[in-house]
Design a protein around this ligand. Structure first.
Ligand SMILES: Cc1cc2nc3c(=O)[nH]c(=O)nc-3n(C[C@H](O)[C@H](O)[C@H](O)COP(=O)(O)OP(=O)(O)OC[C@H]3O[C@@H](n4cnc5c(N)ncnc54)[C@H](O)[C@@H]3O)c2cc1C
Length: 324
């Protein structure tokens, strides 16, 4: 059975009235949904939106799989609407980055730019960053042909040729998924040994629309005025190169959850994802986490939003039982 860490509670004297019920760190779909629920529960939540206010969806032009938008919606537009909706119920948003937290005593401390905020509970929704190759020409083609999310962007490449880069489960799964749309998928891996499970690898290897190229890495992306046209592939063993044409490319070499500001005070798995102990509560009582920062599997706006709702409801219940 999960037993949370017992965190000593300190009397902060006349500062007690400044202690927030809940601080939400991160302003993606998880954060805003948590903010909406916490605000409607009259918790007067404070959000630090971070260096990328609105989160990952600010980088994408079309979202076709978030329920409620039959014609699809632009990422920035959807995030503006989510922000407006939560602010309408009283979420206070500050577009600032949290530098560190102190979870050694309650109320907890959240620090930024020389200021310290006290709070009874925290919801962490800082998301995860896709790992990019950073090959020549990549920055210009992000969102114009190069993506890190096949579920999100695969349907834009109907009857086109695409590349998938990587050798793990995600790369094999994304390659197989993309055969629903693309006329051909080339799976590019820099070694000949795949980290993917046998079943995932076999599924890709046995798919007649997928060609697997081992001992190849991206040396350079090729493009014209309309977007991506292909890549120069290099054999890492001898440096020889070849050109391949493709209008889409999906980099599937992993994600990095954003947790460094936590200074190791919360339990994570070996890849750095925050671990849920009971419902959305982390290894530290009163500290909850939601969205891609805990999600090793789905990484979608709707799943992040759903978890944000859960985290706010869990925080509300915890505050009721432990603070008020
Ligand atoms: C190009 C692209 C296209 C996508 N398209 C789709 C799609 O069509 N449909 C779909 O369902 N999903 C899509 N996704 C996935 C989706 O964006 C994510 O699953 C979702 O945004 C995760 O939400 P989140 O709230 O967990 O975190 P994020 O959206 O990653 O937000 C994290 C937030 O944390 C903040 N933050 C980080 N560090 C700090 C800090 N120290 N202090 C304060 N704040 C901090 C950031 O500023 C950011 O606001 C796409 C992703 C990408 C990259």
């Amino acid at each position: 059975m999960f037993k949370s860490l017992v965190i000593p509670v300190y009397d902060v004297g006349d500062k007690m009235s400044d202690v927030r019920n809940v601080i939400i760190i991160g302003s993606g779909p998880a954060g805003y949904t948590a903010g909406l629920y916490a605000a409607r529960a009259m918790l007067e939540p404070l959000m630090f939106a971070g260096y990328m206010s609105g989160g990952q969806l600010m980088l994408t032009s079309d979202i076709e799989n978030f329920p409620g938008y039959p014609q699809g919606i632009g990422g920035p537009e959807m995030m503006m609407q989510l922000r407006e909706q939560s602010e309408r119920f009283g979420l206070e948003v500050q577009d600032r980055n949290v530098e560190s937290v102190d979870l050694s005593q309650r109320p907890y401390k959240v620090s930024l730019e020389g200021e310290e905020y006290l709070t009874h509970s925290i919801i962490i929704s800082t998301g995860a960053e896709s790992i990019w190759l950073n090959a020549e020409g990549e920055a210009e083609q992000k969102g114009r042909g190069i993506s890190t999310c096949a579920t999100c962007d695969g349907a834009f490449f109907r009857d086109e040729e695409v590349l998938v880069i990587g050798g793990g489960d995600s790369a094999c799964e994304e390659a197989t998924f993309l055969t629903r749309f693309a006329s051909k998928v080339t799976l590019v891996h820099r070694r000949d040994v795949f980290k993917a499970s046998t079943i995932m690898y076999d599924r890709a290897a046995n798919n007649e629309k997928i060609e697997i190229k081992t001992f190849r890495q991206i040396k350079k992306w090729l493009s014209d005025d309309n977007g991506l046209t292909g890549a120069v592939l290099e054999d890492p063993r001898d440096g020889s190169t070849e050109e391949i044409s493709a209008t889409g490319a999906f980099i599937a070499i992993g994600h990095k959850p954003i947790t460094s500001f936590l200074g190791g005070q919360i339990e994570t798995d070996e890849e750095g994802y925050i671990v849920h102990k009971k419902y959305t509560m982390t290894s530290v009582e009163g500290v909850f986490a939601a969205g891609d920062v805990v999600d090793t599997r789905y990484k979608q706006a709707i799943t992040a939003a759903g978890m944000g709702c859960q985290a706010a409801m869990d925080a509300e219940k915890w505050l009721e039982e432990h603070v008020h």
